[in-house]
Write a protein that binds this ligand. Sequence first.
Ligand SMILES: *[C@@H]1O[C@H](CO)[C@@H](O)[C@H](O)[C@H]1NC(C)=O
Ligand SMILES: *[C@@H]1O[C@H](CO)[C@@H](O)[C@H](O)[C@H]1NC(C)=O
Ligand SMILES: *[C@@H]1O[C@H](CO)[C@@H](O)[C@H](O)[C@H]1NC(C)=O
Ligand SMILES: *[C@@H]1O[C@H](CO)[C@@H](O)[C@H](O)[C@H]1NC(C)=O
Ligand SMILES: *[C@@H]1O[C@H](CO)[C@@H](O)[C@H](O)[C@H]1NC(C)=O
Length: 294
Amino acid sequence: MASLHQFLTFIFSSIYIINGSCSSNSTPLSFSCGNGLEFRYPFWQRSHNTHTYGYPSLGISCINNTPIIQLDKHLYHVKRFNNSEKTLVVSFYELNDTICPMASHGVEMNASSRFLTYSNEVKMIHFFYNCTVYPSGVEPIKCLQIGAKHAYVFLEGSLPEVDLKGYCESFVTIPVMNKSVDGSLATSFGEAMNEGFELKWSPNHDCRLCEAGGGFCEFDDNNIQKFSCSCGQGRRYANCRNQGPVTNEFKIGLLSVGLVFGCLSIGGMVLSILKKRKNSVYKKGFNPLPNDGR
Ligand SMILES: *[C@@H]1O[C@H](CO)[C@@H](O)[C@H](O)[C@H]1NC(C)=O
Ligand SMILES: *[C@@H]1O[C@H](CO)[C@@H](O)[C@H](O)[C@H]1NC(C)=O
Ligand SMILES: *[C@@H]1O[C@H](CO)[C@@H](O)[C@H](O)[C@H]1NC(C)=O
Ligand SMILES: *[C@@H]1O[C@H](CO)[C@@H](O)[C@H](O)[C@H]1NC(C)=O
Ligand SMILES: *[C@@H]1O[C@H](CO)[C@@H](O)[C@H](O)[C@H]1NC(C)=O
């Protein structure tokens, strides 16, 4: 009887080890802002902590249940995304379904938006505001007319010959979806802006290698050059499958590998025994984001 008791104690302490150290390298926790969109890696939730799984430009903040992404200095509402196509659709945050919106800024895609590019369904449109030139045959935007100052919008490649910039107080170029630019832009531009535009995300070279080996890319939000490839349990290698170049966490890594194999075999044994007993004890755990602010 005593030996059975010892055996059970061993099993239950094994379960703690399994929960603590052997959780599989599963997809990092998903999150939602409460509006139904469920994000997961390579998206990550912005919080006070800075080191997290994901691509640096795919940090999401939740504001009033709305998922917000920042490109360069500006905020955009994330309206949709598609994990299999690796695309997301965003619109200017400040628009908020305004019927006759003005584009207060262009869209910068530079260092801060690495890992993101326009999808090939994006077209650029050019706005000119407060113009004192009236090119013939060009329909002004009626709802943005201020006295004799006209506003115009043109699809990329169809700017008039006139040097509009010389006669307009401001101009800005923004992306929209090609499917929203049918017909007269001067009346449909608001809808097109509210529809937003599509971006594609893709890993860089190191990150692609990392993911191909079953790992997750990690970046330091304060220094997006600081890349590491997480293989779970705090192990970091360039490639989780063949463990690539060895990092200074090599020893810890070896230990973890041993632990994982050990856990797997013990885990298998424990699970088969538990199946015969009750299955309410073992709760499958996620590998939580190390710093997701919860
Ligand atoms: C994502 O894209 C795939 C491939 O085009 C499509 O089949 C799927 O319906 C899309 N999913 C969503 C949620 O739009
Ligand atoms: C957008 O409009 C809704 C309702 O009209 C309002 O509750 C919300 O605060 C607005 N958001 C912004 C960013 O203006
Ligand atoms: C992106 O480009 C704009 C204009 O070219 C510049 O003002 C901004 O500082 C750049 N941002 C970064 C992060 O490089
Ligand atoms: C257009 O002119 C109006 C009034 O003169 C001014 O309030 C507004 O800021 C101007 N808008 C732009 C985009 O230049
Ligand atoms: C939008 O662009 C894509 C890719 O260039 C093209 O396949 C599609 O037919 C276009 N759709 C419309 C409505 O123009």
